[in-house]
Design a protein around this ligand. Structure first.
Ligand SMILES: Cc1cc2nc3c(=O)[nH]c(=O)nc-3n(C[C@H](O)[C@H](O)[C@H](O)COP(=O)(O)OP(=O)(O)OC[C@H]3O[C@@H](n4cnc5c(N)ncnc54)[C@H](O)[C@@H]3O)c2cc1C
Length: 430
């Protein structure tokens, strides 16, 4: 590796790292991205849905050129029990708009493409290299250490994802992350002919489905399942909060197998070929989990800064990663112009981030992670809906109960007060 001093070293070629590299390189800064995977995206995972707005601000019309799988036009949300599945479905037939659209992506291809845009602008990628530690002088970060190599830089941008090992070394995290604040996710990509995907999920060419589940996928614990349609495959998986999962009697692999075998899912996956299996951590703590964002010679972006919003019906990390990269790049460019990479100068990053949708949205949904810590959402409510639907749709020759009692009996089992309390708490947290 080079002994030259770079303006910026970015650790991690995910969406956060590649976006920051592109923006800095465009402004003529010397920037190198160090990525442990053999190529950008090799180690990266997501459920699947990228909200386009924030990357659109960096590369207008990116979806025309980037390897996106499908534009999401259908939404489904399900509450699933062992024997039932209650689904709300929405078909969005409105014409697409670049800053409002969302796309299903596969990170192996997408991150690689994004990093190529950064390289074309002048950034350098060093792949297959793990950053072991930060180089420091007088308590100030001044580069990275990878094996025997020391790489100096004016500023280090930590974009090393959910499980950042460098955050603490940079003095950005005082408290250890708790098991309630992290979840573990697993995903399979199952391949089909693209015509099969369209027929099974009732999609037009190029259009896609985002489907989220609560209840059975995470074993009735805090978490959820997901299914996204790619061009010629389906991404199916689940996320379970680490604290809950530690108490689970099933392994995460067993949970995934049970989810895939559910009667609502199994027929949709029939005949498919397993192409990819991956696992990854995901930050679930919301706004209260965000660490200190800058120090002398260092800033942290993307999921390394725990910038994720999981609302059950939508999961966002990738648009926040690109948004935080923009705020950090703006601050680093200003620091370069001022010739000052001290914490005082890099504090501008926090100001830009606070002013951006990233922190505004995270603050807005601040209470939601606490709302989710309620086992009724993952057990009693899916069961209640199953009982209500079974009551409404079953005809068995016996005298029918009134519609009111078909609705009220299952609701009483959960407790009307609980329903009111949870409804109010949920509405307030959104
Ligand atoms: C199961 C699951 C489902 C999700 N679903 C969605 C979704 O549908 N939509 C959405 O927007 N978000 C989703 N997310 C969250 C989203 O994937 C992340 O928030 C997003 O990938 C964060 O991007 P990033 O660039 O910050 O980090 P990452 O994509 O994790 O990139 C970090 C990079 O750093 C590299 N790296 C790490 N350590 C080092 C090191 N020491 N040296 C060198 N390189 C290193 C890694 O190899 C990686 O390339 C999901 C996450 C999971 C786990």
């Amino acid at each position: 590796m080079s002994e030259d001093k770079f303006d910026a070293i970015i650790v991690g070629a995910g969406i956060a790292g590649a976006t920051a590299a592109l923006l800095l390189a465009r402004e003529g800064l010397s920037v190198v991205v160090v990525e442990r995977g053999n190529y950008a995206g090799a180690k990266n995972m997501t459920g699947g849905r990228l909200y386009a707005h924030s990357l659109e601000a960096v590369i207008p019309g990116f979806a025309e050129a980037a390897p996106v799988e499908r534009r999401v036009t259908q939404e489904r949300i399900s509450l699933m029990t062992e024997t039932g599945c209650f689904t709300a479905s929405f078909l969005n037939g409105r014409p697409g708009a670049p800053d409002r659209d969302s796309y299903v992506v596969l990170r192996g291809a997408f991150d690689r493409w994004l990093m190529e845009q950064a390289e074309a602008a002048g950034a350098m990628l060093v792949s297959g290299v793990l950053v072991d530690d930060l180089l420091t002088r007088d308590g100030r970060v001044c580069g990275v250490i990878a094996g025997e190599d020391k790489m100096p830089a004016e500023v280090v941008i930590l974009a090393d994802g959910a499980n950042s090992q460098l955050l603490e070394r940079a003095g950005l995290r005082a408290e250890p992350v708790g098991p309630r604040q992290m979840a573990v996710g697993v995903k399979e990509v199952i391949e089909f002919d693209d015509k099969v995907v369209e027929d099974r999920f009732n999609l037009l060419p190029g259009e896609g489905l985002a489907w989220l589940f609560a209840g059975l996928p995470s074993g009735g614990k805090v978490g959820g399942g997901f299914l996204y349609t790619n061009k010629a495959s389906v991404s199916v998986g689940l996320v379970a909060t680490t604290a809950e999962f530690m108490k689970s009697e099933r392994t995460i692999h067993e949970l995934l197998e049970r989810f895939k075998a559910h009667p609502a899912i199994e027929p949709l996956l029939k005949g498919g070929k397993l192409a990819e299996y991956s696992g990854h951590m995901v930050a679930e703590g919301g706004y209260d989990m965000i660490p200190r964002l800058y120090n002398d010679g260092v800033v942290v972006i993307g999921e390394a800064a725990h910038l994720v919003i999981n609302l059950g019906y939508t999961v966002r990390g990738m648009d926040l990663a690109a948004g935080s990269a923009q705020a950090a790049a703006k601050a680093v460019i200003a620091a370069k112009q001022a010739g000052d990479f001290s914490a005082r100068s890099l504090a501008a990053y926090k100001t830009f981030l606070d002013d951006s949708f990233v922190i505004k949205d995270m603050k807005h949904y601040r209470k939601f992670p606490h709302f989710m810590e309620n086992s009724r959402l993952f057990n009693e409510y899916p069961e209640m809906l199953e009982k209500i639907c079974a009551g409404i749709f079953t005809v068995d020759g016996r005298a029918p109960a009134s519609m009111l009692s078909k609705l009220m009996e299952p609701m009483k089992e959960v407790g009307l007060l609980n329903l009111m309390k949870d409804g109010l708490k949920g509405a307030r947290s959104l």
